[in-house]
Design a protein around this ligand. Sequence first.
Ligand code: NAD
Length: 253
Amino acid sequence: MTSRAVLVTGASRGIGRAVAEAFAAGGDRVAVHHRDSADLAERLRAELPGDGHVVVQADLADPDAVRAMVDRAADLLGGLDVLVNNAGVFGPADPPHPVFETGYDQWRQRWREIVDTNLLGAANAAWCAAQHMRDRGGRIVNVSSRGAFRGEPANPAYGASKAGLNSMGQSLAVALAPYGIAVATVAPGFVATDMTNEHLKAPRGAAVRAQSPFNRVAEPTEIAAAVHWLASPEAEWASGTIVDLNGASYLRS
Ligand code: NAD
């Protein structure tokens, strides 16, 4: 298989890092995106197997920065075959009551930050990436969350942003299919990353792990493997799907 040009957002750590490693291990060239982790991103770029990897920077909540980032990635990699919309923000691990203990200013600010990043950042990156894929085909894979299906009672903005991402993936799968661009989504439950550090500490951590009959949470590599396959040439027929990666968590209660 020839080396593809792959842009992974939020790639300096967590799931994004594992995704970048999976593509590089498969022989692809990766644009490692970060917002404010230049050192981490550069170290990862240098450590990835193979040649031709690059680092790009942007705050995904800034539409102009997103466009510049996608164009720069395509420029540096010589085109763009795959976009992985991985970057996302959850916010504080233990928010107070989402309505009655949140002031109106704080409520609006949290919704704006989360939706701007998780939904609009991904939508804008998809638009920009599609311009580069129009004549050569491609793959877009979005990293959503189980919160998209079940809501996120302590953080409604997060659940809503990921539900929007699911819907966007389905719509774009239809709209972009005539151009040979497949769009798919993964929706993980708990994954052991910086985002869930606080959630996974005792005593709550035991209850979180017990949600799955495997009595654990996912490793980033388990999510990365699914993303890597969904972005493969063989996965065109998976376009429009939302892969629920939850270790059988919700099947026995
Ligand atoms: P993480 O916090 O380690 O990584 C998130 C990445 O997104 C970071 O690199 C961060 O810098 C980047 N990011 C956040 N806001 C940004 C912005 N405005 N501009 C640019 N980059 C920004 O967490 P993770 O678990 O690796 O999360 C990766 C994705 O997986 C996220 O979309 C998250 O919502 C999703 N997810 C995580 C879990 C989990 O349990 N960890 C579960 C379901 C979905």
